[in-house]
Design a protein around this ligand. Structure first.
Ligand SMILES: Nc1nc2c(c(=O)[nH]1)N[C@H]1C(S)=C(S)[C@@H](COP(=O)(O)OP(=O)(O)OC[C@H]3O[C@@H](n4cnc5c(=O)[nH]c(N)nc54)[C@H](O)[C@@H]3O)O[C@H]1N2
Ligand SMILES: Nc1nc2c(c(=O)[nH]1)N[C@H]1C(S)=C(S)[C@@H](COP(=O)(O)OP(=O)(O)OC[C@H]3O[C@@H](n4cnc5c(=O)[nH]c(N)nc54)[C@H](O)[C@@H]3O)O[C@H]1N2
Ligand code: SF4
Ligand SMILES: [Mo]
Length: 797
């Protein structure tokens, strides 16, 4: 097999519009092993991004030794990207896994048994519930557990404890995707599907570096681009990414100005009459307000604010307006930037204006990032209610209470659920004293790290961390619970295209590590949570029973799983929900009939004002009489709150490289991936580098109002005036002690600010003001990949 580190997307298998994406089976095996050496293969899907590539895990002598793509899976047709090939299993099979629970004794974490660790958790939990009540408890979970695990946690939090303080790192990831879908269509749920790539004639990528973050999906795009009928491509990203390199139009906007650009695109589409008037009339509400808001946004006005050419805005709008089938994808360049929900809703609006939904090629992907973010949103271990139910709807609360056989009053619904940064704020102020963190590493991934470290280290906070490794966060815990990882437990999860996969257990976890599901169930049992008739709240024996219980919870809701079983998910491809009696084989696209889940009795929420986040009152929502129509919502543009000035003259943005996943707990433990991107770097434009006297590889200090980082500079194709930093490089492998940064701080979030989108509450990781200084010579070029958007400016791949 070719070197899949440098050859990120593998060999091309071109195809024409409307054709089937050909299969290509990728695999990687340990050392010199051959496929014949493998004892058996266990069906799964990759958990290193939201693409959800179907795969089989290779097992030899009870150990994971490799991976192979599943040719029959609709998601990837056998392909895997570098992370799937190298980190999925190498990131799990490691000597430094947590194998036993740890508790803090005399300031140090020491090994113990499950009974001691869980007793300590349960004792503190019971005491706090007795002394201070449910609001003393906070839970911060993930987008990387399995569906069954979220559902268990959601039931514990909502029907056992009754705390509104439960959220996931999904708040940092896809809160805006969920919110934008709810605001426009009435409920979460991806309208489009990956199959739309196969037949579209234009693709718009909004703040989405797909070539590095969904590498297999990008292979599908490349195969269309190299086929006989290539789609047009439009890229909205301040960096010269691979998308930009292939694009017909690259709109390298100033970070934080997305909404101004979107207003201009909409205005152009309206001005030129590229509309489906009948669709707008029959299937939408709010056209006149939308038209009024974008009125002033001529291409010239937006060009000025966004720092792009007006002609390019016109050309992008023309491509959208004159193509028959457009696929749009939206991700962190929108979700983590200013006015996130408003900007993302404008993408929905473009599709509604042209009736461009629900048919092959006319698709909208408000993308996910993490492999199981979708499931947390469905199951409600974040700020959502299980089954996309509505916090403001008493009937929905009643349904859950009946299902769980608990008093509706225990289900916290008197106020909006507490979002992640607010949970940390309550811990900082001292009203939350018990925080249970599972499968996320906030000491590296949250904004303004010095503050997050201080909160996690607070003496008054009892911190439980459940992870596979002793992360920067785990090092600050009072109790560390060792979790079984992917391949060591069974469960299901759903990708950004709504495709559900089953991941079967392939090997035993190390030491006494246990699945997250069994840990949550054990906690529930020890806490003695009960139903109204006094029987235990959670009685599931394992993952499959949890899945069966979840199916009942999903019945009749948009994410209906009732037609799925573990048996049905074994053997073939993943299956997209809704899957029920009416759609026994699943559903590729939603909204083919132009009917949206906006009915007041059915919708997931009543929506918000996109400028302030103010909730729409139930009565006024009802009075708007949506009747299955979608909302064309918008609001006016405002500049980001922290703009460059004379002290901090540059714009700072952050993101990813193809070779690492987040805080690198898995990818840095893959030899191949770690070698490809071993250390921190920062990217600066040719123009800024020359003005600041910085050459490739020089050590620079980047400072914001909140902190500083130091790293070698890569002079790259980033937009002048903008500095880019990958957020992967925390401190677990730097030799620094817990609670402090190494002397040379490297985590991008030392600099980011504590601010969030008013509607989705997703933190803004993609714009802040910084200054850059040259500290001295480096030892050669920056340790940044030359095979990605981070390549030196002018270098071709
Ligand atoms: N290799 C790899 N793949 C991953 C992950 C990973 O860590 N590594 N993580 C997964 C997860 S959880 C997620 S959420 C996804 C994220 O996937 P992406 O959203 O594709 O990744 P990012 O690099 O965070 O951001 C995308 C782009 O936004 C651009 N950007 C920055 N500011 C702005 C702005 O103001 N406007 C616009 N239009 N663009 C801007 C950046 O230049 C960047 O290229 O990736 C998933 N896949
Ligand atoms: N500056 C900046 N910051 C960002 C972003 C950005 O673009 N820029 N992106 C944000 C986004 S989109 C995301 S998704 C977050 C990601 O941020 P995090 O969630 O903090 O990142 P991960 O490194 O994926 O952390 C997941 C943890 O779960 C553990 N783990 C993996 N599998 C399991 C399991 O099965 N059970 C248990 N118990 N543990 C497990 C891993 O070892 C790891 O420690 O970062 C956010 N932060
Ligand atoms: S594209 Fe995502 S799901 Fe597929 S192999 Fe790569 S990391 Fe895994
Ligand atoms: Mo994410």
């Amino acid at each position: 097999m070719a070197d899949r580190i440098t050859d990120i997307w593998g060999t091309r298998t071109p195809f024409a519009a409307g054709g089937d994406w050909p299969a290509r089976v990728d695999f990687a095996l340990n050392g010199n092993l051959k496929e014949d050496d493998v004892d058996h293969w266990v069906q799964s899907a990759c958990v290193l991004c939201s693409n959800g590539c179907g795969c089989d895990i290779a097992v030899k002598d009870g150990v994971m030794v490799g991976i192979r793509g599943r040719a029959q899976d609709r998601v990837n047709k056998g392909r895997l990207g570098p992370k799937g090939l190298f980190a999925s299993w190498q990131g799990v099979v490691n000597k430094d896994r947590l194998t036993r629970p740890l508790i803090r004794e005399g300031g140090r974490l020491v090994e113990t048994d499950w009974d001691t660790a869980m007793s300590r958790v349960v004792e503190r939990s019971k005491q706090l519930l007795a002394d201070k009540g449910p609001l003393s408890h906070g839970f911060y979970t993930s987008g990387q557990l399995f569906l069954e695990e979220y559902y268990a946690l959601a039931v514990i939090g909502k029907a056992g404890i009754g705390t509104p303080h439960m959220d996931g790192n999904t708040r940092l990831c896809t809160a805006t995707a969920a919110t934008a879908l709810k605001e426009t269509f009435g409920a979460d749920g991806q309208p489009g599907a990956y199959e739309d790539i196969d037949s579209c004639d234009a693709i718009f990528l909004y703040g989405h570096n797909m070539p590095e973050t969904q590498t297999v999906l990008w292979s599908r795009v490349l195969d269309r681009l190299e086929g006989p009928t290539p789609p047009k491509l439009v890229c909205v990203d301040p960096r010269n990414t691979e998308v930009a390199r292939h694009a017909n139009v690259h709109l390298a906007v100033r970070p934080g100005t997305n909404l101004a650009l979107m207003h201009a695109l909409i205005r152009e589409v309206l001005e030129n009459g590229w509309l489906d008037a009948r669709y707008i009339q029959e299937h939408t509400l709010g056209f006149d307000e939308l038209k009024g808001t974008v009125e002033q946004w001529t291409p010239e006005a937006a060009a000025d604010v966004c720092g792009v050419a007006a002609a390019d805005i016109r050309e992008a709008a023309r491509i959208f307006g004159t193509s028959s089938n457009v696929l749009s994808t939206v991700l962190q360049g929108f979700y983590q930037s200013s006015q996130a929900t408003a900007s993302s809703c404008q993408v929905n609006n473009l599709h509604l204006l042209r009736g461009m939904l629900g048919r092959p090629g006319a698709g909208l992907l408000q993308m996910n990032g993490q492999p199981t973010a979708q499931n947390n949103r469905e199951c409600g271990a974040d700020g959502d209610l299980p089954g996309f139910r509505n916090w403001g709807n008493q009937e929905h609360i009643g349904e859950l209470a009946k299902l769980w056989n608990v008093d509706p009053a225990i289900i916290p619904h008197w106020a909006p659920p507490t979002h992640a940064l607010q949970i940390f704020r309550y811990a900082e102020q001292g009203s939350i004293n018990f925080l249970w963190v599972s499968a996320t590493n906030p000491a590296v991934s949250m904004p303004e790290l010095h503050r997050i470290r201080d909160i996690l280290a607070k003496h008054e906070l009892f911190l439980v961390v459940q992870d596979m490794y002793l992360t920067e966060t785990a090092q600050l815990a009072d109790v560390v619970l060792p979790a079984a990882a992917w391949g060591e437990k069974t469960g299901t999860f759903t990708n950004a295209s709504r495709v559900v996969h089953l991941s079967d257990k392939a090997v035993d976890p190390p030491g006494v590590a246990r699945s997250d599901l069994s840990i949550f169930l054990d906690y529930s049992r020890r806490m003695g949570f009960t139903t109204l008739d006094g029987s235990p709240l959670l009685t599931w024996e394992g993952a499959e029973e949890a899945f069966e219980a979840w199916k009942e919870c999903s019945r009749g809701r948009p994410c209906d799983y009732t037609g799925l079983t573990y048996a049905k998910l074994r053997g073939g491809s993943g299956i997209p929900w809704p899957c029920n009696d009416g759609n026994p084989d699943g559903t590729t696209r939603l909204y083919a009939d132009g009917l949206f889940p906006t009915d007041p009795d059915y919708c997931e929420n009543y929506g918000h004002d996109l400028l302030t986040g103010a909730e729409v009152e139930p009565a006024s929502y009802r009075a708007s009489a949506p009747n299955g129509r979608a909302f064309l919502k918008t609001t006016q543009y405002h500049p980001p709150h922290e703009e460059p000035d004379s002290d901090y003259p540059l714009r700072y943005t952050t993101g990813r490289t193809a070779y690492h996943f987040h805080t690198r707990t898995k990818t840095a433990r893959s030899r191949e991936l770690n070698a490809a991107a071993p250390k921190m770097w920062v990217e600066i434009s040719v123009k800024d580098a020359s003005e600041l006297g910085i050459s490739e590889g020089d050590i620079v200090r980047v400072t914001s109002r909140r902190g500083r980082i130091e790293a070698p500079a890569r002079v790259s194709g980033v937009r002048p005036g903008t500095v880019f930093a990958p957020f992967h490089y925390g401190y677990w492998d730097s030799g620094a002690d817990a609670g402090e940064t190494s002397r040379h701080a490297t985590a991008a979030n030392e600099l980011t600010l504590t601010e969030w989108d008013p509607v989705s509450k997703q933190p803004i990781f993609k714009n802040a003001a910084v200054k850059v200084e040259r500290l001295g010579n480096g030892t050669g070029p920056a340790p940044a990949p030359a095979t990605t958007a981070s390549r030196p400016e002018g270098r071709q791949l």
